[in-house]
Write a new protein. Structure first.
Length: 427
């Protein structure tokens, strides 16, 4: 037995609720099972339960055994004092809190169908990351499409929640927010936090004042990033150090520790020095406020905007002081796609949400259709499955499905998984 299954059974009343009684024999009438709680505290909030003609409004906690209450140390947590019903698979102990209050307990052991639990186990025990692969051909295509749409919204809302926090820190300065979020994208996963520290120490209002000079922008970014501590003898670096000495004094800038940057196990084109040079070139290419581009320009204009040209020094270097064969330092097509999918669409959706413009939210979501289905380690799992996959919105939804549902075996929280379990149960 699992708590996830018991959550599902309780939420959807898949048990003999008409004969529900507490372990002390009191009749239970469930008016409302409550709202599933995704935060800390009891599993369901705002439940309405009638016990022997007395109506209670409060929270419901669910466990496999009633003794789990103490195992999970709920008796030391004040949030659980508002529990009006303890729902368990097996009651093996009375739960008494505040010295003498006996928490009413409902035991489900003899009220649920083990056949349904067996159906659930058959699904989650599949030897495949995509647990429902073999069942998908029998699931209505409308359910599959609808669930992918829901997953895409779920994913973008989760990401915009994080960006919303940054927007509040930036005091609703959209240029500063876009600057910071875009910088993290340039850092990729490995150096995203280092880029975050960089932009926190180097505000956009300073960058915008020097956007007409690529040399000064390079000096600001590499200086604050901690890469101008010692000259490599090149003319380019000497100029950067000279410019930065003046700008550092002018703005009272503080360089971050160079150890923040990770160079290990990275392809040369992803070295932070290259990414900083590209980001600096993008700020130089902006010619105006960055919000005008990210929030207002059309797709083709944005693609041209992202085709940056860093200083020529970087055509023969991946890092300061070490020459290399000549190479391209422009952003690749896949990187540009990634910036659109993971940053620009997100920021446009967030802006539309903050302004209460539903039409703009829809337009932001439709931008996913401009870009192909992403081919990566995660999305390749669904190859040859029954899903109809066409564009980047579908790949974003698939990543949410696999990472937040399949890998965590949360099938009963997924419309597809729930449908399959019910069909197996009815076979």
């Amino acid at each position: 037995m699992t708590e996830i299954f018991l959550h599902y059974v309780w939420q959807h009343r898949h048990f003999d609720f008409l004969n529900a009684r507490t372990t002390k024999g009191k009749l239970i009438n469930i008016k409302h099972t409550g709202i599933y709680n995704t935060n800390a505290g009891p599993d369901f909030t705002q439940a309405i339960i009638e016990i022997d003609d007395i109506t209670w409004v409060g929270n419901v906690e669910i466990h496999i055994k009633s003794s789990d209450w103490f195992k999970h140390k709920h008796h030391t947590d004040g949030k659980y004092k508002s529990v009006i019903l303890h729902v368990v698979y097996e009651s093996d102990i009375d739960v008494i809190i505040d010295s003498n209050y006996l928490v009413p307990t409902l035991e489900l052991k003899n009220l649920i169908s083990l056949k349904m639990f067996d159906a659930y186990k058959r699904l989650i025990m599949q030897p495949d990351i995509l647990l429902c692969r073999n069942y998908l051909p029998n699931v209505d295509s409308l359910i599959l499409t609808s669930q992918l749409s829901s997953l895409l919204i779920e994913r973008i809302l989760k990401k915009t929640k994080q960006a919303q926090s940054v927007l509040e820190i930036c005091k609703y300065d959209w240029n500063e927010l876009i600057y910071r979020v875009l910088a993290k994208t340039f850092g990729c996963k490995t150096n995203s936090y280092a880029f975050e520290f960089l932009t926190q120490n180097l505000p956009y209002k300073i960058i915008s004042k020097h956007s007409d000079s690529l040399l000064q922008l390079d000096a600001l970014f590499f200086g604050v990033a901690g890469f101008l501590q010692e000259s490599d003898g090149s003319e380019y670096m000497e100029k950067l150090m000279y410019e930065y000495a003046y700008l550092k004094h002018k703005y009272g800038l503080i360089s971050i520790d160079g150890s923040c940057w990770n160079m290990l196990r990275l392809r040369p084109q992803n070295f932070p020095t290259i990414r900083i040079a590209q980001f600096s070139a993008l700020m130089h290419n902006t010619k105006g406020f960055i919000s005008d581009w990210v929030l207002g320009a059309d797709v083709e204009s944005l693609k041209l905007w992202l085709m940056v040209s860093p200083d020529d020094y970087w055509q023969t270097h991946y890092r300061f002081g070490k020459s290399s064969a000549k190479h391209s330092v422009s952003l690749g097509e896949q990187t540009i796609f990634s910036i659109f999918i993971n940053t620009i669409i997100l920021l446009r959706f967030l802006y539309a949400k903050n302004t209460g413009n539903n039409e703009l939210q829809e337009k932001a979501l439709r931008l996913y259709e401009y870009f192909p289905f992403e081919n990566n380690k995660t999305t390749r799992v669904v190859k040859d499955s029954a899903f109809k996959l066409e564009h980047s919105g579908d790949s974003q939804a698939i990543m949410e499905l696999l990472t937040q549902y399949c890998l965590q075996k949360r099938c009963l929280k997924c419309a597809i998984g729930e449908k399959i379990v019910r069909e197996i149960y009815q076979m």
